[in-house]
Design a protein. Structure first.
Length: 374
């Protein structure tokens, strides 16, 4: 097996080691961070990062011990019980390229008899040497970002108007700011509160964590992005009949290197937004000093122009070096709650979400009556 679709039929909770040298405490370790925090597709039994070897992966990521050892090598990981059968590439390289270093590490994993799951833009199944060795060892290669054939992709049809479940988009002021992390945490908070909630993944880590519905937005031909988003929402709505669907955002509405997010508001008709804000970050990620991030109030007004309302702001304070950010003053200024996801404060948003659902359900019922009358 070498295709993404083959990988999507793999059994859940497969014992896996995450390959993340030098990334466990880095902004570029989004994949490993997500899989360490939660997930149902893989059972993470170890993380390989020589710089953090000897520690607990959860402690390094967010201070919460999870019983996942950080080891110096793949050989050490093979001694862990249960023995991993899969190696997940856990580092995001610039441009999603299969660098010489990453390629060598994945070749080594294959030689050790491990199947490989990779979310880079360069596909491991297209690398002749990796593919040959995988065949010889009888292991699989899964390229999560490899899209379906274009003949299977769909254009936007407008059928989104029939989706019953209201949608909330988790957007960010920038990329690498915590959108998927907050989306996954909010999913768990809603489910714990008795709200039947599902998440639409739009990136490779969301799929790796076990989300059932979604697509990889940044590897889908632009003409089909809106249609694939609509498809994911409709399939989720029909299959799960949830009370609420959360949409994982990508990049940011005004990030010049990859503007994204309008699709979730326009094509998926998300009427609510949780907006991730990093008050310590002045410029878009990777463009320090040249492309300043617009003020929070401006972003909220822009979202309103798209026909959605910001329900709450969630903070990423990783880059603050001075005094603690005054969340209460910010909330008073913008008129919506401001919470810290990593401190468990997403639970505070359950009343706002329930109120959003009540209004949305009433609007949907009124719309159905109008359709029937016409």
């Amino acid at each position: 097996m070498s295709s993404t679709e083959s990988g999507r039929r793999r059994p859940v909770a497969e014992p896996a080691v995450i390959l993340a040298p030098g990334a466990l405490s880095s902004i570029h370790g989004k994949v490993v961070h997500g899989l360490v925090r939660s997930g149902s597709r893989f059972q993470v039994v170890a993380v390989v990062d020589p710089e953090q070897a000897g520690q607990d992966a959860g402690t390094v990521v967010d201070g919460k011990r999870r019983g996942i050892p950080v080891l110096a090598s793949l050989e050490e990981a093979l001694q862990v019980s249960p023995r991993p059968t899969t190696c997940v590439q856990g580092v995001s390289s610039h441009g999603g390229r299969l660098t010489d270093s990453i390629r060598a590490q994945l070749l080594h994993a294959v030689d050790l008899g491990l199947s490989v799951v990779c979310g880079l833009h360069d596909f491991v199944c297209d690398d002749p040497e990796i593919a040959r060795r995988a065949r010889e060892r009888g292991v699989s290669l899964t390229d999560v970002r490899k899209p379906r054939p274009r003949s299977e992709l769909r254009f936007w049809s407008g059928d989104i108007r029939h989706a019953r479940a209201p949608r909330i988009a988790v957007l960010g002021m920038d990329c690498a700011i915590g959108k998927r992390t907050a989306c996954r945490m909010l999913l768990e908070v809603c489910q714990a509160a008795g709200i039947r909630c599902e998440m639409i993944y739009t990136g490779q880590t969301g799929w790796m964590q076990g989300a059932d519905h979604g697509f990889i937005l940044d590897s889908t031909v632009n003409d089909y992005v809106s249609g694939e988003l609509e498809r994911a929402v409709l399939e989720c709505d029909r299959a799960k009949e949830p009370d609420l669907i959360l949409l994982e955002g990508q990049s940011a509405l005004r990030n010049p290197s990859g503007p994204c997010g309008a699709e979730l508001l326009v094509s998926a008709q998300a009427k609510g937004v949780i907006l991730i804000h990093a008050p310590g970050r002045e410029s878009f990620e990777g463009h320090d000093g040249h492309w300043p991030i617009p003020p929070l109030e401006e972003e909220i007004r822009l979202i309103e122009l798209y026909g959605a309302n910001v329900i709450a702001v969630a903070l990423n304070e990783g880059e603050i070096t001075g005094p603690r950010f005054d969340a209460n003053a910010c909330a008073e200024r913008i008129g919506v709650p401001v919470v810290r996801p990593l401190e468990g404060e997403l639970e505070m948003l359950v009343p706002q979400i329930r109120a959003f659902l009540r209004v949305s359900q009433s609007t949907f019922a009124d719309g159905n009556r109008s359709d029937n009358e016409s």
